[in-house]
Design a protein around this ligand. Sequence first.
Ligand SMILES: [Cu+2]
Length: 467
Amino acid sequence: MDRRQFLRCVAVAVGAPLVYQCGVHRSTDRFVSQDGLLELSLTAQAQTQTVGDSSAEVLTYNRQLPGPILEAQAGDTVRITLNNQLETPTNLHYHGLHISPQVDDVFQQVLPGERYTYEFQIPSGHPAVTAWYHPHYHLDVARQVFGGLAGPFIIRGELDTIPELQQAEEALLLLQDFDASGQQLHALGKKWGREGSLLLASGQPKPTVAISQNGLLRLRLINGSASRIYQLQLQDHPWFLIATDRGAISAPTPLDTLRLSPGERAEVMIPGQQEPGDYRLVNLPYNRGMGSMLASLGETVEQMAGVVQPTHTTLAILRYQKSSHSQPLPLPKELIAVKPLLAPMTTRQFVLNHGIGGGSTGFIINDKSFDMNRIDTRVKLGHVEDWRIVNKASIDHPFHLHTNRFQVLERNGQPVSLLAWKDTVSLKGYETVTLRVRFEDFVGRTVYHCHILDHEDQGMMGILEIS
Ligand SMILES: [Cu+2]
């Protein structure tokens, strides 16, 4: 099996019917818990690899791009040894897991040449989620994630017991962008949030995802890019949202475009009931506020490594395959009820801002740049709070809270109709969002930050202490 086939397996081999295509490699690309234990090692290292049509220096876990798929059940024990073969310190963040911040600790430092073992139990009532793991070593997060360090982490739970979902095939695409030019990142690329023009889905340009005629495909999507916001569309084909960052919504909801900012995930269901053929999953041009930068800098922006213009790109091909289903498999009518959180005990405001271009003031939340020795927000375990996030800047900022999930209530003063569990919410320039969160199960110090990772590295992060 060559490298190309091998990577294709990572992209499409999540459903049991595709096992045979991938043979022995499947077990090394995908670690599934056995008898309640998920145990593995992840070696982070730099390597030269063919990326698209060119050869590039990338950062990988276990020599795979993206890292191996991890899969566990609610209630399982997880033991992951991180072996740091990079030249810089690193660590792991389990984005999307509700576990103790004392384990999922962004302040942990794993030095070059060292190993560190993370051990935790996934709570027994944990929702079924599409989560992911990536480094969170402050000041170097954007470079490490943009280099390729990211991998999927699937948790199975109640959602997986729904009969229609059990009949569905599964696939997963982790979306990343790379800069294959080999140029040094321009200083403005860092302010803007670095992007590359080469888009890969699970390590490949335009992989094929199989769908059985009359079957049902459950597709998990992860934005593993450091800064890029995807505006996804499945062309000429119906698709339905079934889950957001932290698990199922109440019922399948028809989608047109699906916007995923860095860190966000979605699960969609695709019924194989169209004319058999190929359908494109595309990324539509999405402008996250470059207009203001172009106005001040002109066309020179186009020559700056790390700053790329929005384009229309095919990310993957959905390809029909003959199947034994004589009747179409139905979509589930209901998924899992999302109950609204109770009224808040406290309301807080978080103002995101920065200077970009000349006279930069850094990236700040409530006028402060991140300080590892300062607690910015203190909350009580069990309390419900409303957080009003105000973006005073002209460009988008996705706001991410670690450890706990939240519900988005309002955007620009208008109620949000879809009740869903989230851990990352994107704000366009000058937008305001209100989210509601309950601090559940775990005390300790955790963080909230902008998930454009260059912004986080430059200070758009705060420390939350739950006691
Ligand atoms: Cu930001």
